[in-house]
Unconditional design. Sequence first.
Length: 130
Amino acid sequence: MKLFWAIAVGAAAGGVSRFYLTVAVQQRMGSFPWGTLLINITGSLLLGFLMRYALATPAISVEFRMLLTTGFCGGYTTFSSYSYETAVLLEEGQFGRAAVYSVSSVLLALFATFCGFLLAREFIAFRERF
């Protein structure tokens, strides 16, 4: 139960941080999604550091590691998990798997987003008929 709450608290903090940082950056930088880009990059940097440090030293408990990684970084950005997993595959010399994972993640996520657009349009049209 302790692990559950650690992740929940971290995810809440990460989500709120993401929202406020994205809004602050977008208000200053214009229409390109600079806020999201900054979140993805800083989240990846943070997760890479935390995982390497936490797994290499006994300095961080499992609960605190989960609060920071799965919780905070997961709430802050899931892109950090994607980046970390791709980096591990590359570091292990699994270049083909890393390429397949990387390319398929981007392309399939974009495809799924467009499918979501289509489903939303269809749902709106359905609701307007009734």
